[in-house]
Design a protein around this ligand. Structure first.
Ligand code: DAT
Length: 178
């Protein structure tokens, strides 16, 4: 039984996962779990893909590392461009961030992504790949799609998720004692 919820913030690279997760962690005291950092720091990969400039993730090792870190105990804001690998029982809310193509293009260009990687991510956003992955992996009632084109939208999203966390904690008060 968790006394703090676990929330996944997911979406295509560049949608604003890290920005949202950091703001939420700051406001709520929940722990920001940057899965990219875990992959890198704990060596949960099979090497570096030079063309794509990204780690080739070893999902078994990654899950082991998250299990060792006691993520399932709750209180984590999990920030990653994927969500299907986490056991359903660990997760209380899945937030899928979305942006317009032109905004995403500008953000990924600013990161100097290689052309193939930039194009793949733009396609992925247009095809709603991460939204579909979330809907396929979790109960539809816990999957929320939010737009993240502007600072105003980001602030309203963070307010909304913070309110959701407060409500979840009220609804689950006492669960830990059972
Ligand atoms: P991600 O973690 O999904 O890769 P990020 O949080 O690193 O994305 O954000 C990518 C860039 O876009 C970064 O420079 C911050 C900016 N950004 C993110 N969300 C935004 C928003 N809602 N409005 C304006 N800028 C945003």
């Amino acid at each position: 039984m968790r006394t703090d919820p676990n929330i996944i913030i997911t979406g295509t690279p560049g949608v604003g996962k890290t920005t949202h997760a950091e703001a939420l962690a700051e406001r709520t005291g929940l722990r920001h779990v940057s899965v990219n950092e875990v992959v890198k720091d704990k060596g949960c990969h099979e090497g570096w893909d030079e063309a794509f400039k990204s780690w080739i993730v070893d999902e078994d090792k990654l899950l082991d590392a998250l299990e060792e870190d006691n993520v399932k105990a709750g209180g984590c804001i999990i920030d990653w461009h994927g969500c299907e690998i986490f056991p359903e029982s660990w997760i209380d809310l899945v937030v899928v961030l979305r942006v317009d193509s032109s905004t995403l293009y500008d953000r990924l260009s600013a990161r100097k992504y290689p052309e193939a990687k930039l194009q793949e991510n733009l396609d992925s956003e247009i095809m709603e790949v991460l939204l579909q992955e979330a809907r396929d992996s979790y109960d539809e009632q816990i999957v929320v799609e939010l737009t993240s084109n502007s600072t105003e939208e980001m602030e309203s999203n963070v307010d909304r998720i913070e309110a959701w966390i407060k409500q979840w904690k009220q609804d689950h008060a006492g669960d830990g004692a059972q």
